[in-house]
Each structure stands twice: as structure tokens, then as C-alpha cells.
Design a protein around this ligand. Sequence first.
Ligand SMILES: NC(=O)c1ccc[n+]([C@@H]2O[C@H](COP(=O)([O-])OP(=O)(O)OC[C@H]3O[C@@H](n4cnc5c(N)ncnc54)[C@H](OP(=O)(O)O)[C@@H]3O)[C@@H](O)[C@H]2O)c1
Length: 262
Amino acid sequence: MDLNLGGKAALVTGGSRGIGAAIAQELAREGVRVCLAARDRARLDEIADSIASISGSNRTAVIAGDLREPSAAKTAVDAAVNAFGRLDILVNNAGATKRADFFTLTEEDWQDGFALKFHGYVRTTRAAWPHLRESHGCIVNIVGVGSRAGSAEFTIGGSVNVALLNFTKAMADIGIKDGVRVNAINPGLIETERFGRNIERVSRLHGFDRQQAIAFLLSSHGTTRVGRPEEIGWLTAYLASDKADFIQGCVIDIDGGATRSL
Ligand SMILES: NC(=O)c1ccc[n+]([C@@H]2O[C@H](COP(=O)([O-])OP(=O)(O)OC[C@H]3O[C@@H](n4cnc5c(N)ncnc54)[C@H](OP(=O)(O)O)[C@@H]3O)[C@@H](O)[C@H]2O)c1
């Protein structure tokens, strides 16, 4: 299927590794010029280099900054627009909510989780909107199946994620009249560094080795395998394309069937 994405311009937050890097690489494979935002400049440059070898050109921009800072979202959007002269696709993905027993989580942990993933997504959306309205572009919010059900060790992430699903629907409502599509993807267990930290936590908690910890997580999710970052990249590219033109305000779980609820 030709997604007709060639020549479009995207900003991917959290594009220096994991799901964000895979999304950026997939968009680049489809001919999109990508701007990557995260804190670690060296890792951003590594992904930009990998994209240059995929797409055969140096069309990738990078912007290093902490997206918990109120001004960082606009700086990232401006970097993409300055590099490419337009913005068609915003992928909100940078998130790092802490997973732990509720009674050990601090005020700071809560502020931190909301600062990056909730307020960060809101601020990039606000800054990008005029450009997306002009280009009839779209937003893909990477949220998480933790939004679907409460879970004892995921109080921050679950709360942030469910707020983002409502935000996605609200912006999709505005987007109907402004010509901007806004959708969300809920990844399940995906093999990234964040997932690795979860494996280490489960191993520590239960005295498991890595394989046992993975088996434990799969069984508690009621599914059979861990997803790959590029699987989120493929879906994002589709959602960003004209082929998904009638998909608006949609939340798609990509989790190997872990989510049973409607
Ligand atoms: N992996 C999963 O199983 C899973 C499941 C459901 C949902 N998700 C969601 O998917 C998204 C990506 O997850 P992932 O697994 O790919 O995570 P990851 O491997 O930890 O990558 C996180 C990305 O966000 C960036 N980031 C972190 N803190 C930042 C900050 N303060 N400012 C700017 N950028 C920051 C990181 O780069 P720097 O550290 O260099 O800043 C990195 O590029 C997150 O929103 C996560 O909640 C993941």
C-alpha cells in the first residue's frame, strides 16, 4: 500500500530510542522528513544517522531539550518548522511515568509524570496546531493500555494515560472543523528500554531471572509475546497517511489482545 507520505514533515518527541525512534525510522522509510526531540543529543544524532542510511539523505533534524520545561515544546515545534518549512505530523511519544507501589511514590514523582507526558503532549499540541491546521495535518498520541484499567503499581501512568485519551478525543473534536486529525495508539508490552526497566523491577520484586519475568508479565497481560517498536511505527505511519483520512478521535490498542474491555 502506498501511503503517499513522501515530502511530509514530522516532529517525533522521544525520538532518540525505543518506540519514538522506530516511529521516526518508519516515517523516514515512507519519505517523511523527521525532526527528533529528546534530551540526549548523542543518541538523537545516532538515530538521525540511522535514518540517513535508511532514506539515503540527511533530511533529519534533531532538537535536544527537556520536554518537562514549559518552553521546550514550542522550541521543538519551531525546530521542525524551521528545518522543513512546514509541519504535517506530530507524534507525541516522550513519556517516563514511574511505576511503583503507590505509597512509595512521592509528590515529585507525580509532578514529574504529568509534567512530561501530560503537559508535554498538551504543549506540543498547542504549539503545533496552527501549522497542522495550515497543512491539514495530524497528531498521533502514543498513550498506553495502562489507560484501560486501574493497576496497583501503575497509578501515575494509568492516570496520565487516561487523561491523554480524553485530550485526544477533545482535540479530535476541534480538529473536525480545523481539518486536523487526532488519534491515539495504546501500545501494550513493547520491547524497549522502558520495558527493560519494568523487567528489572519484576525480577527484583519476585526473584525472577529475565525469562521468568517476561513470562510473568505476559501471563498477567494474558498474551503470548512482547511487541516490537516497529509494529507501533507501522501503525503510526498508516494513521498519519491519507489512507486513514476517515479515522478521527480513535484509540487503537496494539497489545497482542491483552485488552479485553470495549
Ligand atoms: N514500552 C512499552 O511497553 C510501552 C507500553 C505502553 C506505552 N508506552 C509509551 O510509549 C512511549 C515511549 O516509550 P518507550 O518504551 O519507547 O520509552 P523509552 O525507551 O524509555 O524512551 C523514552 C523516550 O522519551 C525521551 N524522554 C524521556 N524523558 C524526556 C524528557 N524529560 N524530555 C524529553 N524527552 C524525554 C527519551 O529520551 P531522553 O532520555 O534522551 O530524553 C526517549 O527518547 C512512552 O510514552 C510510554 O509511556 C510504552
